[in-house]
Design a protein around this ligand. Structure first.
Ligand code: G3H
Ligand code: ZN
Length: 281
């Protein structure tokens, strides 16, 4: 069934567990998340990024309808989340399309501009019952410096600044920079677990780990023990998907039916989903 992200995150946090959010690009991604969640007997968050919406020609309604139909038909509890939204128009479209949560990403802006834009997004979301995640991007930087990418190697979120940011914006969850970075195809990231503990103690809202594809199993388990709650996984599904497609096409030079390679690709993604879901308790 389709449930809300806020409910899944609150439950996980209260139990001392994590909850995983998987990025959906194609219908097969959504089906794989549902299959993996059913097999693992765990809930999951289906997230669609602004980039994925752009890939579908800006037709949020189409990818959202397909993904939420998959969630409704599943025996697993699944929620629908809009990820890395920078465009305020897209944020506003989240409500009519049935998203229960949005990650509003103003992390490229200066601290002051990030706070202002995010506080506006939170006000808009809370008037409609939408849970808002945000990211603090400029970490420890001084006024006038170019904003840093929060997930660039070496960048870290400062606990005192994070606490001020959450108080000033009213966000429901905070994405933090603790050593992971996006789009890694090898699981070699080393997290700063002491910092995760300090951040969890400093901010009253659940923490979100982005770029979890590059984080080894043990590091994810330890991060949850230190207070990380929402675990975002994208690239690992694409690695599984593309590996199967490549193997099929290499072995079948004259094959043309996409179902022949999308079926094993979907199955491989479901296995990856179940693997991550098994780490969260
Ligand atoms: O918001 C999405 C995630 O941070 C996914 O990152 O593709 O590196 O796993 P990843
Ligand atoms: Zn991310």
């Amino acid at each position: 069934p389709l449930v809300s992200t806020g409910e899944l995150v609150s439950e996980a946090r209260a139990a001392g567990h994590g909850v995983a959010a998987f990025n959906v690009i194609t219908l097969e991604h959504a089906e794989a998340v549902a299959l993996g969640a059913e097999r693992a007997e765990a809930p999951a968050i289906l997230q669609i990024s602004e980039n994925a919406v752009k890939f579908h020609g800006g037709r949020l309604a189409a990818i959202a309808a397909a993904t939420s139909a998959v969630a409704r038909a599943s025996s697993a509890r699944l929620s629908l989340h809009l990820d890395h939204v920078m465009d305020v128009e897209l944020l506003r479209a989240a409500h009519p399309e049935g998203f229960s949560s949005v990650m509003f990403d103003a992390s490229k802006l200066s601290y002051g501009e990030n706070v202002k834009a995010t506080a506006d997004a939170v006000r808009w979301g809370h008037e409609r019952g939408i849970w808002i995640e945000a990211e603090l991007g400029k970490v420890g930087g001084k006024e006038g410096e170019a904003p840093l990418d929060a997930h660039a190697p070496g960048v870290r979120t400062d606990p005192a600044e994070a606490a001020a940011y959450v108080a000033e914006t009213g966000v429901d969850a905070l994405a933090v920079a603790v050593g992971s970075s996006h789009a890694m195809t090898e699981r070699t990231a080393a997290l700063d677990h002491a910092l995760i503990g300090s951040l969890a103690a400093a901010v009253p809202v659940p923490l979100v780990l982005h770029g979890s594809s590059g984080v080894p199993d043990d590091e994810i388990r330890q991060a949850i023990t230190s207070g990380m709650v929402k675990i975002n996984v994208g690239t690992a599904l694409n690695t599984a998907f593309t590996g199967e497609v490549r193997a099929y096409l290499d072995a079948h030079e004259t094959g043309v039916d996409p179902r022949k390679y999308l079926a094993p690709a979907r199955e491989a993604m479901a296995g990856t989903v179940a693997g991550f879901l098994g780490l969260l308790k």
